[in-house]
Design a protein around this ligand. Structure first.
Ligand code: KG4
Ligand code: ZN
Length: 333
């Protein structure tokens, strides 16, 4: 078994994954959303202290349920993320590695999101292209095989999820903004504000959300009497932008037949529906992670760690550090 740890932002999570068949045997996460909601966003210092409290609680629970001698390696998110929260998971992983005398496997969180597609399954659907939409990233990634991936397009400023968080904040709604904006949007039926669709006439494939966010701010300043209409108009424009760029990608590149969306914001039901329609139009087969594994979790980290374990990709105990930025390049293994 592999014990995996995730603490890159505001979720403390631990999982146990069986190496032989990638089956998820145990998974739990403690989200800090309610605490950070009081501040309108994640406060790194508070997040760090909450991981220091919550990770040991999860660890105790998991070690009470499993035979420690069956744990063959520790997988841990080391990048990208908040340095002060990553370090909490990394220190726990190093302590366990020493105590149990087992190897440690550092995991890139973004690639971890890709492995959320393969939790509880052994086979991969490569070649495949993936739209990653999270709180920090918006990328189209092409994966040719288990070893190689390539970033095709990314955001020039804010990420898709972040723009939901910012719009929710402008509307004095709770954090994280994604689920609440979606809920507000679902409650509105009627005509929408006309908001600019970013990069409509841009020649390449890229994403940008800061202009749209500013347009929403101006709209709120003008008339904020109907937050449901604002939420729906924004969600519609943000998704239209993603869809336009995806369509450009499907048309321009020889995109693989298999396509997936991953990351916290891939839980957005409206986006899932729209991407599903686009995939039908371009004859792509769409893969989606179960909703519970879209947002940050240790199960996806464990699933990736299993692959690295099978390929003996261990990290040096002393050299392994955490990094706020993604530095692991375009190799998966
Ligand atoms: O992947 P994730 O859990 O954390 C990061 O790695 O960043 O993604 C969190 C992001 C937040 O910005 C959150 O607002 C967004 O995902 N999100 C959503 C939805 N659920 C979560 N965005 C849009 N619609 C949703 N239903
Ligand atoms: Zn994430």
């Amino acid at each position: 078994m592999i014990l995996s740890i995730e603490s890159s932002c505001d979720d403390s999570s631990i999982a146990i994954t069986r190496i032989s068949d990638s089956k998820l045997l145990w998974h739990k996460k403690l989200s800090q959303e309610n605490t950070h909601s009081l501040y309108g966003g994640v406060v790194p210092e508070i997040a760090s202290r909450m991981h220091a409290k919550d990770l040991p609680l999860l660890l105790k629970e998991v070690l009470d349920s499993f035979d420690k001698t069956q744990i063959k390696a520790i997988g841990v998110t080391t990048q990208p993320g908040l340095s002060v929260t990553l370090i909490e998971g990394l220190m726990m992983a190093k302590t366990l590695s020493l105590e149990l005398n087992i190897p440690i496997i550092g995991i890139n969180h973004l690639k971890g999101h890709i492995f959320s597609l393969f939790i509880n399954q052994e086979k991969y659907n490569f070649p495949m292209s993936v739209l990653l939409v999270s709180g920090g990233h918006t990328q189209i990634i092409e994966i040719s095989d288990i070893k190689h991936m390539k970033i095709i397009a990314q955001t020039m400023d804010d990420s898709f999820g972040e723009s939901f968080d910012k719009v929710a904040k402008m509307l004095n709604l709770s954090y994280p903004g994604g689920p609440i904006i979606q809920e507000y949007a679902e409650k509105y039926q009627g005509e929408l504000y006309s908001l600019p669709i970013p990069l409509k006439n841009h020649s390449g494939i890229a994403f940008s959300f800061s202009g749209l966010k500013n347009a929403v701010r101006l709209q709120i300043e003008k008339d904020s009497s109907n937050p449901y209409k604002i939420a729906k108009s924004f969600q519609d424009a943000a998704c239209k932008h993603l869809l336009q760029q995806l369509e450009r990608y499907f048309k321009k590149h020889r995109a693989p037949k298999n396509f997936a969306i991953v990351g916290g914001a891939s839980a957005n039901i409206y986006l899932r529906e729209k991407v599903c329609q686009l995939c039908q139009k371009y004859q792509k087969t769409l893969f989606l992670a179960p909703l519970e594994f879209c947002s940050d979790n240790a199960a996806m980290i464990g699933r990736y760690a299993v692959e690295k374990y099978k390929n003996q990709k261990f990290d040096n105990f002393f050299d392994l550090q955490c990094s706020p930025k993604s530095t692991q390049g375009e190799f998966i293994l």
